[in-house]
Design a protein around this ligand. Structure first.
Ligand SMILES: [Ca+2]
Length: 271
């Protein structure tokens, strides 16, 4: 009987090569779809690897790691800056003040240039990453919130659930993705960081970071950052989690918040 069953299975597998694999793949896809439909994108939590000082007056709107230091864009009208910050001490090594009229927002470094958004002025600034001298400006429509880049595009969030991929040569929008959370638009997407093929995104007034698929806008997972700052360490109601930087060479991930006294190197853990 066992031999007969084995024989039949052998015939079945010969008759349909790859069938078993295909079924398994379909089942995985079905499970993934069911999870998405049920809103079960995996949740990650974090482990603090290092804690560093951060200027508690810095209204962090953009953060990157470059050439051994952090570069930060800070907001508020009359207080906006671009600054280079020493990781270990939080000391501001270099700073460019943004003209008073502008409220600086997201920032990234791409193709040897720093790009910095402003909130509502539909204008961005371009700087030399060594001297912080302003070398140009660019325009876009709507609000500017977060900025990062992949291999060939600037990636911009504007406070909605839309993320734009912009050609850095002519500032035209190449494509847009819509980010949905359990089928509903995920609004107020803020600071961005492109990390190993995903867009990591702060959500305004949310203690979670969304991990977004840059092709589809699908949420691949959430990182729950609850408890990173201890109660009382920042009291302003706008002192919210904002600022993600990835050190690609060292594979280190840094996060901070607006008006936070600390910046953290973290490691993700699946919950
Ligand atoms: Ca960033």
């Amino acid at each position: 009987m066992r031999n007969l069953l084995g024989f039949l299975l052998l015939i079945a597998s010969l008759a349909a090569p790859g069938c078993a694999t295909q079924t398994a793949t379909n089942m995985n896809a079905a499970t993934a779809n069911a999870n998405t439909a049920a809103g079960q994108a995996p949740t990650y939590t974090y482990e603090v690897v290092n804690t560093f000082p951060h200027d508690p007056a810095a209204y962090t709107q953009g953060l990157i790691f470059h050439d051994g230091a952090l570069i930060e864009s800070t907001g508020l009208e009359g207080r906006s800056t671009l600054r280079r910050v020493e990781l270990q001490t939080g000391r501001v090594l270099q700073k460019a003040d943004v003209p008073r009229f502008y409220f600086a927002e997201g920032m990234t470094l791409f193709g040897g240039k720093i790009y910095q958004l402003t909130w509502k002025a539909e204008k961005g600034f371009i700087y030399d990453p060594q001297t912080f001298q302003k070398t140009g400006e660019f325009t876009y429509t709507g609000e500017g919130w977060g900025l990062t880049h992949d291999a060939d595009s600037l990636i911009l969030s504007d406070g909605t659930n839309q993320i734009r991929f912009i050609d850095p040569d002519n500032y035209k929008v190449k494509r847009t993705i819509s980010v949905l959370d359990e089928g509903r638009p995920l609004e107020e997407i803020n600071e961005l960081e492109y990390v190993r093929g995903e867009i990591f995104a702060n959500i305004w007034h949310d203690d979670r970071i969304a991990r977004i698929d840059p092709q589809t806008g699908r949420i691949n997972g959430w990182v729950d950052m609850t408890g990173l700052l201890k109660p009382g360490e920042a009291t302003d109601e706008e002192a919210v989690l904002n600022g993600i930087a990835y050190d690609e060479q060292g594979d280190r991930l840094f996060v901070t918040g607006k008006l936070w006294p600390k910046l953290f190197e973290i490691r993700l853990k699946q919950k």
